[in-house]
Ligand binder design. Structure first.
Ligand code: PRP
Length: 234
């Protein structure tokens, strides 16, 4: 339980685009992070004594904040919505940190010329001998979306080579993050204009119970928000 921990924990993305931008955001806010040495897993923010900074993968940040092993996290709304679970353990404290913008979107092979919209996709899927095969790292959000359109489908879980799935032949379409669109173009895929599942950007999240039960965590929440909002207003 949170109250037994001396230090408040904040998790930041350990690698990738979100990592650099979170670091920079906090620095610009006047909350510079000090990492004693690059191999160490923890860091501190002198402006926030009593707080330790940890580094995790974006999806793992959601699990940690959700189960309360970490009090605060900066990560993408995409993974928050995918992994937050049915109970309201995670509170979004700031919903628009102004970086890490991308869309979770359905994309089809360029060669599927008859599929230009969700309606076309419905028709296409209804003519397939078996359910539409969709490769994704976002099964929860993708299924919800396809169910709204009543499109029978099976999810294919894919790790690194998601965009290759349609070319190789183990999926018909994909559901993935699109930022510049370059990855899709490189793989001869195109997003469906009305197949946008979620607009995402970086968000600040907190464990709800920590805020309710730990005055120190509540204080940190106020301070973090104060610094972040002052910076974003400027
Ligand atoms: C994401 C996503 C795409 C790519 C899209 O991967 O999975 O592969 O970015 O960006 P683009 O539209 O600008 O080409 P990311 O680089 O975040 O890392 P990941 O492969 O670990 O998901």
């Amino acid at each position: 339980p949170t109250e037994e921990r001396a230090l408040i924990r904040l998790s930041l993305p350990s690698k990738g685009r979100l990592a650099e931008d979170s670091f920079q955001l906090l620095e610009e806010c006047g909350l510079k992070i000090y990492k004693p040495n690059p191999r160490q897993y923890a860091a501190t923010i002198p402006a926030l004594p009593g707080l330790v900074v940890l580094f995790q993968r974006p999806g793992d940040i959601v699990s940690s904040v959700r189960d309360g092993s970490v009090d605060f996290g900066i990560t993408g709304l995409d993974v928050v919505e995918e992994f937050k679970g049915p109970n309201q353990d995670i509170l979004i404290l700031h919903e628009a940190l102004q970086f890490g913008r991308c869309d979770l979107s359905l994309a089809v092979p360029e060669s599927l010329e008859g599929v230009q919209s969700m309606l076309d996709l419905q028709v296409y899927a209804s003519r397939l001998p078996s359910p539409l095969r969709v490769a994704t790292k976002y099964p929860v959000l993708t299924t919800q979306f396809l169910n709204q359109y009543q499109i029978p489908h099976t999810l294919i879980s894919a790790e690194g080579t998601l965009e290759l799935a349609p070319t190789i032949g183990y999926a018909d379409i994909i559901s993935d993050l699109v930022s510049s669109g370059q990855t899709l173009r490189d793989n001869r895929l195109r997003p469906l204009p009305d197949g946008n599942i979620l607009h995402s950007q970086a968000v600040l999240v907190a464990n709800r119970k920590a805020l309710q039960e730990n005055p120190q965590a509540l204080q940190v929440a106020h301070t973090l928000l104060e610094y972040i909002e002052a910076h974003l207003r400027a």
